[in-house]
Write a new protein. Structure first.
Lengths: 107, 302
């Protein structure tokens, strides 16, 4: 008897949820809207990164517009060019003349 | 005597000639000089090391039986080494490579003690008198092979010292693997201190000696040995008998790293009863002092 009550209750719950089509439509619409908003934000970020904005100041002495901040042009190198330019860093330690050296026959 | 003033040094270590080589230079000098020292070491390694492809000694080995054009340095090295071999009656010989291979020094599988017949066969190839030097060419016999292991690292250290002196450096230290240590000293830094290990135990260092514008060379078997069937054999072989040295340790002081290394190896390889016969002639060739510890821990002043 107890079991039958539980089963009927669960059945009623399922019918309520599945039968409430308005609820599902509302949830789906919210999801679609949220996704569109995220896509718009991402698209705007991509758009902004393509363009570099620099602020110029007018130099009255030179009578010209100047950029007070140094900008660097990015040069894309091939991997082998980068390897050729890189030199292994020479690292040194500091020791004193009070350090006793160890003789060894290991080599 | 400990120094009264603490001096500071730039120090750099690299792996070359199968060991760690450390060079110390006072901080008043540019680190560029230190870097160039290691460039020099690498250059000597590339040009002369018998284990480096296409070095002068490698070419001599690969063209055994034929004359090979070499440079003056190779000629001078070989001439000096042949002279030492002559003085010590062949107990030391740079054409010992076939013997080293027979004992398994360059094998990955477990070594075994060679039989007498095998030793006798290989000893036919160990013969410094068959190294021919003609003007700027060298030829070894067919089947022979030279090894630079007993002298090249120390020769490279001497090259670095010449460079440092040319730059006006009068205070520095070069520690090549612990077996070749050269101390340059100035008036305000009269000596370097070096700890000498016990002949049987690398962890104990009962002696401290001082170096003043000299090279300390140490050879022994506390760390460096061949293990066959749970028994230790010295890595220094007698080129006449083909058997490992029974001496435990030698410590020499010279004013040249090259001569220290070669003389130490030659004396370690020679039986003690023969050493008295040529000690004087070796000292006339290049002065040295030191001591040798035999297999029963008895010390002999050299």
């Amino acid at each position: 008897m107890h079991l039958k009550s539980i089963l009927l209750y669960l059945l009623a719950l399922c019918l309520f949820l599945l039968g409430n089509t308005d609820l599902w439509k509302k949830l789906r619409a919210e999801q679609v809207l949220k996704k569109k908003q995220e896509e718009t934000i991402k698209a705007n970020q991509d758009l902004e990164s393509k363009f570099e904005v620099q602020q110029l100041e007018f130099n009255r002495v030179q009578n010209q517009w100047e950029n007070p901040i140094s900008y660097f042009q990015t040069i894309h190198l091939r991997d082998d060019e980068v390897v050729g330019l890189r030199k292994k860093k020479f690292k040194v330690r500091i020791e004193t003349n009070r350090h006793v050296e160890h003789a060894s026959d290991s080599h | 005597m400990l120094p009264t003033v603490t001096k500071y040094y730039f120090s750099h270590t690299e792996w070359l000639f199968h060991c760690h080589i450390k060079i110390k230079l006072p901080v008043c000098y540019s680190a560029d000089i230190l870097e160039h020292c290691f460039d020099l070491l690498a250059e000597v390694d590339k040009k002369y090391n018998s284990y480096q492809p296409d070095s002068f000694f490698d070419r001599i080995n690969r063209n055994a039986g034929h004359f090979v054009a070499v440079d003056n340095t190779t000629i001078q090295l070989i001439s000096s080494l042949k002279e030492i071999s002559r003085i010590v009656d062949g107990n030391y010989d740079i054409s010992i490579m076939p013997l080293l291979r027979l004992w398994g020094f360059y094998r990955q599988d477990s070594a075994r003690v060679p039989q007498r017949s095998e030793l006798d066969g290989v000893l036919q190839l160990v013969d410094y008198s068959r190294i021919e030097v003609s003007e700027n060419r060298v030829r070894i016999g067919v089947g022979q092979e030279l090894t630079t292991g007993s002298f090249l690292k120390a020769y490279a250290v001497d090259c670095v010292l010449d460079y440092l002196r040319s730059k006006g450096v009068d205070d520095a230290l070069i520690n090549a693997g612990g077996s070749t240590i050269y101390g340059m000293n100035s008036a305000d830094h009269p000596e370097w201190e070096v700890r000498i290990p016990h002949p049987l135990s690398a962890d104990e260092s009962p002696k401290i000696t001082s170096l003043h514008n000299a090279c300390l060379t140490l050879s022994g078997q506390a760390n460096n040995y061949l293990l066959i069937d749970h028994r230790r054999y010295s890595h220094i072989l007698n080129a006449r008998t083909g058997t490992p040295s029974s001496h435990l340790q030698i410590v020499l002081t010279t004013n040249s790293a090259f001569w220290g290394d070669v003389l130490a190896t030659a004396l370690m390889a020679s039986p003690i009863e023969a050493t008295n016969g040529f000690l004087g002639e070796l000292k006339r060739l290049h002065p040295f002092s030191g001591y040798l510890t035999d297999g029963s821990l008895q010390n002999y002043t050299l």
